[in-house]
Design a protein around this ligand. Structure first.
Ligand code: AVJ
Length: 314
């Protein structure tokens, strides 16, 4: 395994900037410290949270066709790697992959997952990159021109749902360049009954609430932020006109959150917006990807059409 490439993040600077806005917000990428990454894995097991199960079902059933799209000797880039569970279905079917390159912002988590993967795939070249993949990042060199292998991408979990349409476009344009001559296998959460969506982000066990609140707890742990532990609560709802779930941390009362000595006043009911999770139609997403330089390819969806995996040719 190669030595990972390190990148810095700036939680403190971004949190200050987000708290200074009229509509306070912070990037959901800051959910994923070690505790947050673990909570997210718990979310994926929840009965109400269908995306992970739906996508795993699609991978189980169709990984051979997906691997076929990627071709032999592929260099497989995974954007936002997490626990590295889903990619195993592809690795089991890929013909002599050249390398597997998982990118993730959570370093400790990524390296632990790579160690585990390496044990089960001892011959696989794993080259992890600790980086925010929305920012310029290093990658290993492309497969040699004569090798017949292509650089291909895997972006599962509907992680692209966290991006605004403009950010999604930026990502797709970057990926189309980075993966030119190959393609991208991407998971998207599909537009559906809002009641189903609501339940997925308001689970009965309260894991999603803990995941959301961990963002503030992380600010307390890492940045020394001061606030009442019970001063904020989890709020998640479907914004139908914008086709997205919104998650917020809502203040129960008038109070101040203190960050580096700066007091940020919250009124009762005022929120810190922590996440958007956009839902797409297959045709709508393909049209957007086409504007970024991808040609639409095969599509796999579950029976209820709740989740889709799309192959996009670059
Ligand atoms: C990892 C962004 C796909 O939007 O469903 C799950 C994150 N947030 N529950 C999603 C999440 C609350 C998840 N993504």
């Amino acid at each position: 395994m190669n030595y990972p490439v390190r990148a810095r993040t700036s939680f403190a600077a971004d949190l200050h900037a987000g708290l200074a806005l009229t509509r306070r917000s912070v990037s959901p990428k800051y959910f994923y410290d070690d505790i947050g990454s673990r909570l997210f894995e718990q979310i994926c097991e929840l009965p109400e949270y269908y995306p992970t199960r739906s996508e795993l079902g699609l991978l189980r059933a169709h990984a051979a066709e997906m691997a076929e799209c990627m071709g032999p000797r592929a260099q497989l880039i995974e954007y936002g790697a997490g626990a590295l569970r889903k990619v195993r279905f592809l690795l089991d079917r890929l013909e002599s992959p050249q390398a597997f390159v998982p990118l993730d912002i959570s370093g400790a988590h990524l390296l632990a997952a790579c160690d585990e993967l390496q044990q089960d795939y001892p011959a696989l070249c794993i080259a992890p990159v600790v980086a925010d993949f929305t920012q310029p990042h290093d990658l290993p060199p492309r497969p040699a021109p004569g090798s017949g292998g292509r650089r291909v991408g895997f972006f599962p979990g509907s992680s692209i749902g966290n991006f605004t349409p403009e950010e999604a476009q930026d990502f797709l344009r970057m990926a189309a360049q980075e993966l030119r001559g190959g393609g991208l296998l991407i998971g998207i959460d599909l537009i559906k009954d809002p009641a189903v969506l609501h339940a997925a982000y308001n689970d009965a066990a309260g894991v999603t609430a803990a995941f959301n609140l961990n963002l503030l707890e992380r600010a307390r742990r890492e940045l020394g932020a001061e606030f009442d532990a019970d001063g904020f609560f989890h709020s998640a709802f479907y914004n139908a006109p914008l086709q997205r779930i919104e998650m917020h941390l809502m203040s129960r009362r008038r109070q101040a959150l203190l960050l580096d000595g700066v007091p940020y006043q919250f009124d009762a009911g005022q929120t810190l917006h922590t996440e958007n999770s956009y839902k797409y139609s297959v045709a709508g997403f393909q049209a957007q990807a086409a504007r970024a330089g991808f040609r639409p390819g095969p599509v796999w969806t579950d029976e209820r059409e709740w989740f889709g995996l799309l192959w996009l040719q670059s």
